[in-house]
Design a protein around this ligand. Structure first.
Ligand SMILES: [Zn+2]
Length: 324
């Protein structure tokens, strides 16, 4: 009975909700059954502690699933065998702190497996929604440091309007801040290092020295225009993740979702609240609750997605950075 499985079925993950000072008390449109006490800022969709919703792995936290099944989850494993991506939904009702994340090299100097490059896909945006992403031309380290003392850092931030469907890339080292007005699907390297540069006087710790060390005056950050491919729209292709949008109307198989020539890779699927059914080759139905992720291991049993109504499917594919 101890033979190791050759494949894993896809499985939904149960979100974990995180209270934040800038969060909301109203998630009726997203999670109608959720009882809310403190304001919720983040729904962690692929957090290390998020359990599998059903199937043979039901109840096991993602951290444990990676520890036990890394080769099945990720294909070829080089380097650390923990979960490479953290995907969240952010519900900002106020401005978040102005912050910066370290790159891989700086994070590894501090004893962490990886840095944090992230991106935001706008699931919803009010007409006045904005984010701050990067520094204006002419910024220098001295000017940024001085602006912290006289509370004028915002003047140096490049501010972008956000519309539903926008993809914004935020590479490590980019000074950034999420502002209210949008609900963002955030994909990031699974790293818990955030350096706060400025927090609007809120009583949370700042990390000025680390921020100044991590920040870069020029980065690749900004809005990424979509690229229409023959059967999908490419939203972002970065070193750490590739994000695509598919239109699901009728049925799509796991094989059809893959790109020709790709080696097997871990991916996550998101469809919001649309009713999409997931069936394995042996006709098992896999439950997939609204606004949760379907985890698709690199070594995955074939399955089919079906939707009667047209549904917008976001597919997030993990990339293994080359081993050095
Ligand atoms: Zn961030």
């Amino acid at each position: 009975m101890n033979t190791l499985p050759q494949t894993l079925p896809p499985f939904a993950l149960e979100p974990r909700f995180v209270a934040r000072v800038w969060g909301t008390h109203d998630l009726r449109d997203w999670y109608p059954d959720l009882a809310i006490g403190e304001a919720i800022g983040e729904a962690w969709l692929s957090g290390d502690e998020c359990p599998a919703h059903s199937g043979p792995l039901a109840g096991q936290p993602l951290r444990h699933i990676f520890a036990e099944h890394a080769p099945l989850m990720m294909g070829d494993v080089s380097g650390s065998a923990d979960s490479p991506l953290l995907i969240k939904i952010l519900f900002a009702q106020e401005k978040l702190s102005v912050q910066v994340h370290p790159d891989d090299a700086m994070a590894q100097r501090k004893g962490f497996p990886r840095g944090k490059t992230e991106c935001w896909y706008a699931l919803k945006a009010a007409p006045d929604a904005q984010v701050a992403c990067g520094l204006k031309p002419g910024a220098s380290l001295a000017a940024i440091e001085a602006s912290l003392h006289d509370h004028t850092l915002e003047n140096w931030l490049d501010v972008l309007p956000v519309s539903t469907g926008d993809m914004i890339f935020v590479d490590a080292g980019t000074v950034h801040a999420i502002w209210p007005g949008s609900v963002l699907l955030e994909t990031q390297q699974n790293c818990d290092l955030t350096y706060r540069l400025y927090d609007y006087g809120r009583p949370r710790p700042l990390h000025i020295q680390e921020s100044l060390e991590a920040l870069r005056l020029h980065t690749q950050a900004g809005k990424i225009p979509p690229v229409i491919e023959h059967d999908r729209t490419l939203l972002l292709d970065s070193k750490y993740f590739r994000i695509e949008q598919h239109t699901l109307h009728g049925s799509l198989t796991h094989t059809q979702l893959g790109s020709a020539g790709d080696s097997p890779a871990l991916s996550y699927l998101f469809v919001g609240a649309h009713p999409v059914s997931v069936q394995t080759a042996d006709q098992q139905t896999i439950p997939w609750p609204a606004n949760s992720l379907l985890a698709v291991p690199a070594r995955c049993q074939d399955f089919q997605l079906t939707s009667v109504e047209p549904a917008k499917l976001i597919r997030i594919v993990a990339r293994q950075p080359a081993a050095h």
